[in-house]
Design a protein around this ligand. Structure first.
Ligand code: TQI
Ligand code: CA
Ligand code: ZN
Ligand code: ZN
Length: 160
């Protein structure tokens, strides 16, 4: 319901993808991102859609390599995979040097899962101590077709 403390006060929030990696191309990347946003939209009064044309967007998403002028350079394959900043910054960056995948076979880093985790941060969620949570700060495969883990659902509902 309504809370004076919603980190993003609007109900509908827009996102914009600025670039792509050859591995997925633009269309797949857009689909995975919308799915990652929808992971959260299912459990809170929030709607996400891609910005159209030169419409202003709350979330600015890009793939970056090395130093990219926000003070948090990426580090090549391994190490940092991605980062996002707390509201109301809206930047979500992915290290383009990573082995991104859209499979759930344990090879590479699953783009949709990492994107959902980063969007959690961009929506105002911190890390969780619950090992089953998406916001637990260690990469682990989970099936996104299932519900988001209870800890994450509780977290987003508390904020929105
Ligand atoms: N990037 C860190 C992360 O997103 C960056 C970070 C550290 C951070 N502390 C933060 C961002 C506090 C916001 C608030 O957690 S990461 C994982 C996980 C990373 C790690 O590259 O280490 C995921 C990115 F959970 F698997 F460890 C995505 Cl899913
Ligand atoms: Ca890296
Ligand atoms: Zn960055
Ligand atoms: Zn994190």
């Amino acid at each position: 319901g309504y809370s004076a403390f919603r980190p993003w006060p609007n109900t509908t929030l827009k996102w914009k993808l600025n670039n792509q990696i050859p591995k997925f191309g633009i269309e797949k990347t857009r689909i995975h991102l919308q799915e990652a946003f929808d992971d959260w939209a299912r459990y809170a009064p929030l709607k996400f859609r891609e910005a159209v044309g030169d419409e202003q967007a709350e979330f600015s998403i890009s793939f970056n390599e090395g130093n990219h002028d926000d003070g948090y350079p990426f580090d090549g394959a391994g190490g940092t995979l991605a980062h996002a900043f707390f509201p109301k910054d809206g930047k979500v960056h992915f290290d383009s040097a990573e082995e991104w995948t859209d499979k759930y076979d344990g090879f590479g880093y699953n783009f949709r899962l990492v994107a959902s985790h980063e969007i959690g941060h961009a929506l105002g969620l911190a890390h969780s101590y619950d090992q089953t949570a998406l916001m637990y700060p260690f990469y682990q495969l989970m099936q996104p077709k299932d519900l988001l883990p209870k800890d994450d659902r509780d977290g987003i509902r508390a904020l929105y």
